[in-house]
Write a protein that binds this ligand. Structure first.
Ligand code: MGD
Ligand code: MGD
Ligand code: SF4
Ligand code: MO
Length: 756
């Protein structure tokens, strides 16, 4: 019998555990890993096709340099590293760190390379970290910073233990985002004692299972949730004990809400006020209720305000800090930082051309083309892109392509020849996520958290390198990092033999005291030293040592409850590190109590600060969604369906249905335009147009159309390449965005549909 290797599906943030069999460089069998501590064998239909990620015609096998005529020629790694390092250094030295930016640095399942990406940013002397997270979640993070005292205070939702679950603008049946989504949803739907409420303009697969579906007018979440909150305050449904013990600022919130007209707001949202009142009572009176929101709320009109209002639903009703409620969660390795408001003395940066401040250490993809295209002396001139495809996934793809083509240096680190790579001066091929040690840091659970370090199941494809090695070589060539650390290497070996003596920690402290500049590269230095002592070449995992020690120091009880043993914080951290690097199917690293959750909160007074004056002012000035008689349809530009997974799969052959990424619309709307099911139509926004196959979808509201996310990639076919399906960002406008955070309003794009 052939051997089964534990690893994970890397297609969405869940990273479900899988067991695979391999032969001749292919994944020949994929099934759920019952030993994975979270997914426990669960998989969705997308995982079975992972060989289309590992093997496809666009995989890269050696560094590529762009020639003057736009074609590419292969180069050696030495040539590539030397040239990239020299050009980065030259642009930095001539123009300063503001001229350089980094984009991405980890997708859904590959976050270990982020250590190298962060180190490269330090070498580039830049804080410009552009990230897909800043085209969806930075509004949420910004609100968290105000409510809880730090943008790193991220909340999670205990859907599995809730009696009442409110899903706003998310379709977990397709997109997941919650544990074992389909099983979890079916359990709630089957249980007469539990209630599922869905707020979505579409009768989504999730809405179909709901007890109550509020099929609102798209883009009116702020109105609908404001109405819900107004009912809570006007009917006195708030949790007074919770509010007085745990929060400040409720009076100001209540004052803003008390004057709102529930019926008028529900009229704008086109939902039944009676149902909204019922939902308010259900949430407030439930033993445990939680709210889960995603892109339908965050990428729609009023994005940041929506995130605030959504959080007020569970905070005003006291459905927070308890089983079945919403909770703050701990982490092993934080994915985001806190960015204090910019200004004199603040470390935070603001983009030069568009004046947008970093949030959670991240900058929004929406403003990058303008930052590059600007005529300013201090514009962005060099960009390194890792694990992202902004020429396709960024709003206004034509503007993105034009801006990227203007850069003095574009370096793309990817496994595939992407739309973005095509514009690069250098393409650096990474080993795939099944060819190197990898992990996700999307461990966003409470009260229990788990982690899986994945061992490679294939040797690296010839000519590729893992990210940590790519970045190490660039840093050495830039003169930022020595090639070797002989003393630290010795200390690391001694530490592995006598872990109780603190040899490595002492040696690191001494090194950083002598050469303070190296401290910024601590994670990378651990990979070069401690990493060499780890079994099976697990070098990239060495920074977990620091994370494990820190966690054991800060939350020793939580680590012990998860089953790890060791006398004192250092020994406990060492034991945790050993467990993290050796458990192939994943391991629990912390189990918190609900009391401990309050220690995650960062306001000095230990309370949640409910009042956010800027957003309360915005709430009082809400207007109806924009309309345009010439573009009468609202397009949801980027729907999650059965066979899309961002752009992680390039080979269209992986799709079992919807190969052309249909334009879905209500049959009556379609027939009024003479569009039969399967007809071709043109979908045109103020920015651009795409063609697509029409699919009649009675699940949609009238006046609404949808296109899928992640289609329209081109792929070799015959002698050339062919694009498969509509590329939705040909239609989107980077200026159609939240004023505070610059996140896009992709769920509300006005379009005209015409038959072809
Ligand atoms: N199959 C699949 N799964 C994925 C991905 C994928 O590409 N494919 N991508 C992953 C990623 S990166 C992410 S961020 C998540 C996103 O996951 P989700 O946010 O759950 O996915 P979407 O389909 O983009 O949007 C969710 C719902 O929002 C609804 N919606 C649209 N407009 C509005 C509105 O104005 N108000 C409200 N209340 N709802 C609205 C849509 O009808 C849709 O049902 O999915 C992840 N999972
Ligand atoms: N209009 C519209 N636009 C959207 C959205 C929408 O709903 N509508 N959704 C937005 C959202 S939520 C997101 S998250 C983004 C996603 O868009 P992007 O941030 O661009 O990410 P992906 O499409 O997931 O691209 C991942 C890239 O990583 C590469 N890759 C895979 N494994 C590795 C690896 O091990 N190493 C390296 N170096 N590279 C690897 C893949 O080949 C691929 O090129 O799109 C956003 N864009
Ligand atoms: S795509 Fe499906 S199988 Fe893969 S991690 Fe997400 S939920 Fe799990
Ligand atoms: Mo996303």
């Amino acid at each position: 019998m052939s051997q089964r290797h534990p690893t994970a599906c890397i297609l969405c943030s869940r990273n479900c555990g899988i067991e695979v069999e391999v032969a001749d460089g292919h994944l020949t069998s994929i099934r759920g890993d019952a030993r994975h501590p979270v997914s426990a064998g669960y998989l969705c239909q997308k995982a079975a096709r992972l060989d289309h990620y590992q093997n496809h015609a666009d995989r890269l096998g050696h560094p590529l340099r762009r020639r003057a005529d736009g074609s590419f020629e292969p180069a050696t790694w030495n040539e590539a590293i030397a040239d990239v390092a020299a050009r980065l250094r030259s642009i930095r030295d001539r123009h300063g760190g503001h001229a350089l930016a980094f984009y991405g640095g980890g997708g859904q399942g590959n976050h270990l390379g982020g250590v190298g990406g962060a180190a490269l940013m330090r070498a580039m002397r830049t804080r410009y970290h552009y990230s897909a997270l800043a085209q969806e979640k930075t509004g949420d993070f910004w609100v968290n910073g105000r409510l809880f005292g730090s943008q790193t205070c991220h909340t999670t939702e205990d859907v599995e233990r809730a009696d009442v679950v409110l899903f706003i603008g998310t379709n977990p049946w397709q997109s997941h985002g919650i544990r074992n989504a389909r099983t979890t949803l079916q359990e709630i739907a089957r249980d007469p004692a539990r209630t599922m409420i869905v707020v979505d303009p579409v009768v989504s697969e999730t809405a179909r299972l709901a007890d109550i579906h509020l099929q609102l007018r798209p883009g009116t979440d702020a109105q609908l949730i404001a109405a819900l909150l107004a009912v809570i305050v006007q009917e006195g449904l708030q949790d007074r004990a919770f509010l007085s013990a745990r929060t400040t600022g409720f009076a100001a919130v209540a004052e803003a809400l008390s004057g709102l007209d529930v019926d008028a707001l529900c009229g704008t949202a086109d939902v039944d006020p009676g149902q909204v009142r019922e939902v308010a009572r259900l949430v407030a009176r439930a033993r445990a209720a939680c709210v889960r929101a995603d892109l339908g709320l965050q990428q729609s009109l009023n994005s940041t305000l929506n995130s605030y209002l959504e959080k007020l639903v569970y905070l005003t009703t006291g459905q927070f800090g308890k089983p079945g409620g919403n909770n703050l969660h701990g982490h092993l390795f934080p994915l985001i930082k806190h960015s204090p408001p910019p200004g004199p003395g603040s470390p935070s940066w603001v983009t030069r051309a568009s004046g947008v401040a970093e949030i959670a250490g991240l900058f929004p993809p929406n403003v990058l083309p303008a930052e590059i295209a600007s005529e300013r002396e201090d514009r962005v001139r060099a960009l390194v892109v890792d694990s992202a495809n902004p020429a396709h996934s960024g709003a206004d793809a034509p503007a993105y392509r034009a801006a990227l083509a203007r850069l003095e240096l574009l370096v793309v680190v990817d496994v595939a020849f992407t739309e973005t790579a095509r514009l690069a001066h250098w393409i650096l091929p990474a080993s795939s996520q099944f060819e190197k040690w990898e992990a996700t840091f999307f461990n966003l659970e409470f009260p229990e958290n788990t982690f899986q370090l994945r061992k490679p199941v294939f040797a690296p494809r010839a000519g590729t390198l893992p990210e940590h090695e790519i970045y190490r070589r660039i840093l050495v060539a830039m003169g930022e990092l020595p090639a070797r650390f002989p003393l630290l290497e010795q200390a690391a070996r001694a530490h592995r033999r006598f872990p109780g003596l603190g040899i490595l920690a002492g040696a690191l402290v001494a090194t950083f005291a002598l050469r303070p500049r190296l401290k910024a590269y601590g994670g990378m230095i651990l990979q070069q030293t401690l990493g060499q002592t780890l079994p099976d070449g697990a070098q990239a995992a060495a920074p977990l040592w620091f994370a494990a020690r820190l966690l054991a120091e800060r939350s020793p009880e939580a680590v012990r409850r998860a089953g790890h043993r060791g006398k004192g914080a250092a020994a406990l951290g060492e034991a945790l590190f050993d467990a993290l690097v050796s458990a192939r199917s994943g391991v629990r690293f912390s189990v918190h109590t609900y009391d401990e959750m309050w220690a995650i909160l960062r306001h000095a007074d230990g309370r949640i600060h409910l009042e956010i004056p800027e957003l309360l002012a915005q709430l009082l000035q809400l207007s109806s969604p924009p309309a345009d008689a010439g573009r009468p349809f609202v397009l949801i530009a980027g729907e999650r369906r059965s066979y899309n997974a961002n752009t992680i799969y390039r080979d269209p052959g992986w799709r079992r249905n919807d190969p052309e990424g249909a334009l879905r619309m209500h049959p009556e709307d379609a027939l009024a335009l003479g569009l039969a099911d399967g007809a071709r139509a043109r979908c045109e926004s103020a920015r651009g147009a795409v063609e697509a196959v029409v699919q009649h979808a009675p699940a949609l509201r009238r006046g609404l159309v949808t296109l899928p996310h992640g289609y329209g990639l081109d792929y070799p076919q015959g002698p050339g390449r062919r694009a498969h399906g509509p590329s939705v960002n040909e239609l989107t406008d980077a200026r159609h965005r939240d004023p505070l955070t610059a996140t896009p309003f992709h769920k509300h794009v006005l379009v005209r549909i015409t038959p072809i």
